[in-house]
Write a protein that binds this ligand. Structure first.
Ligand code: XMP
Length: 429
């Protein structure tokens, strides 16, 4: 294994993830582990050079006083306990924090700054090969950043022992299913099963207007389709998942309360039990992107903006119809193309179009029209909990409007949503 590691002991501090990031920013790999880590678990971690006890050794969590396990004090490794009384319990000043961390990591622990994507990939390839051996592994490849990077990593490690299943539910953006096939089947020579489930999903969704019911149907149908494909295959022992570090941190360590459960392909029936392979589970999102880039994935895949699991299904408001779904897809493609041309692609966090389920009167070629509107949305956010509206140049909005009304059938009006979150959510459903 090529990388040195600093362990951050989880004593209930909300700053753990931030400290892990700070250590990695110094070029040294770091992981967060439970405060009661056993001697066995600690010695199984490769190349540990030191341990940070943040929140102090006597932290009270949910009324219970916790301390680091005996194993930590007995390890003989350099320890740094940060236990300032009151808030903040970690230097607030960025430079002071970095200097303190750097002194500990390099001077005391003698860690090498050898955390980089090349070493990460080399280590993961070795770990994946050790775990999977000669056996076979399955992956639900949505085309999102995380599953795409997992696929690329597994192809590097075990090649054709991996089978990817791409379920096209008809709710992806223009060109996305084709790109998955192009990149993984043709460029990376992967085993890829492409399932055209468009009719099946749209039939199930016909007449369903409630957003949460739509989400449930899409999620449940996805699992059903994936399960059917998994049953057709034989001799698969492993299931790969694109779990990333924020999923694990949010799902709750021993001391943090669970924020929400993350199940990428949860809900598979009991008799389809696989051992999990989760090679990105220690990476933050920007590191996942860097990993994808290092593995040769195209920028369009690696820097893909956030896209909800139910896809365009929650942007075609109310009961989904094929004509409005195509209007969402076509207008979204125009918006993306124009944002790309205007250099806004990497600058705006999320931008998309919405088609509501009401019509308005318009006029075209001296004739009255009665068609759908398209709503444009472009927002910026740090954590998706709040969001501000992008100040898109008026001339660009006019150009997008002209293109959408000219090129998208059944659309006669374009609106720009000026609502921040709160009071609006980012999505409309
Ligand atoms: P809202 O609309 O709640 O969205 O402001 C916040 C962020 O979450 C995304 N989003 C979803 N992602 N499944 C997902 O995987 C969903 O059902 C879902 N709904 C919203 C949304 O795109 C935004 O980035």
């Amino acid at each position: 294994m090529k990388q040195d590691m600093i362990v951050i002991l989880d004593l209930g501090s909300e700053q753990n993830a931030q400290i892990a990031r700070e250590v990695r920013a110094l070029g040294v790999y770091s992981e967060i582990h439970p405060h009661d880590i056993t001697a066995q678990a600690l010695s199984a971690l490769p190349n540990v050079k030191g341990i940070i006890l943040n929140g102090g050794p006597n932290r009270v969590v949910d009324g219970v006083e916790i301390d680091a396990s005996r194993a930590v004090y007995d390890s003989g490794l350099p320890l740094m306990a940060v236990d300032h009384k009151g808030e903040p319990d970690w230097p607030a000043d960025d430079d002071a924090r970095r200097a303190m961390l750097s002194g500990f990591v390099f001077d005391l622990c003698k860690a090498q700054p050898n955390w980089n994507m090349e070493n990460f990939i080399a280590d993961q390839v070795e770990l994946i090969r050790r775990q999977i051996g000669e056996k076979k592994v399955l992956l639900a490849l949505s085309g999102g950043v995380d599953s795409s990077v997992v696929a690329a990593l597994l192809i590097r490690a075990v090649g054709k022992q991996l089978t990817c299943v791409h379920v096209n539910h008809g709710l992806l953006r223009q060109g996305e299913p084709e790109q998955v096939v192009q990149v993984f089947r043709h460029q990376m020579d992967a085993n890829l099963i492409y399932v055209d489930a468009v009719d099946r999903f749209l039939d199930k969704l016909a007449g369903v207007a409630d957003p949460e019911r739509k989400r449930k149907i899409i999620g449940a149908e996805f699992i059903r389709v994936f399960e059917e494909e998994a049953r057709k295959l034989e001799g698969i022992d492993f299931l790969a998942q694109g779990t990333i570090y924020p999923d694990i941190i949010e799902s709750g360590t021993k001391t943090a309360k669970a924020v929400k459960a993350h199940h990428n392909v949860g809900g598979l029936p009991e008799d389809l039990k696989f051992e999990l392979v989760e090679p990105l589970k220690m990476l933050f999102k920007d590191e996942v992107r860097a990993c994808g880039k290092a593995l040769g994935l195209p920028d369009a895949m690696v820097y893909r903006q956030p896209f909800p699991g139910p896809g365009l299904g929650v942007r075609c408001l109310g009961a989904i119809t094929r004509d409005r779904l195509e209007a969402v897809r076509a207008s979204d493609a125009i918006l993306r193309e124009e944002f790309h041309n205007a250099g806004l692609e990497g600058k705006v966090w999320q931008y998309f179009t919405v088609v509501p389920d009401f019509k308005s009167v318009g006029v075209r070629d001296n004739k009255r029209t009665f068609d759908w509107p398209v709503i444009l949305r472009a927002v910026n956010t740090v954590d998706a909990m709040t969001a501000t509206v992008e100040d898109v140049p008026f001339a660009l909005l006019q150009k997008i409007t002209a293109r959408i009304t000219a090129e998208v059938p059944g659309v006669n009006r374009v609106l720009y949503d000026l609502t921040p979150k709160p009071t609006g959510t980012i999505e409309w459903e």
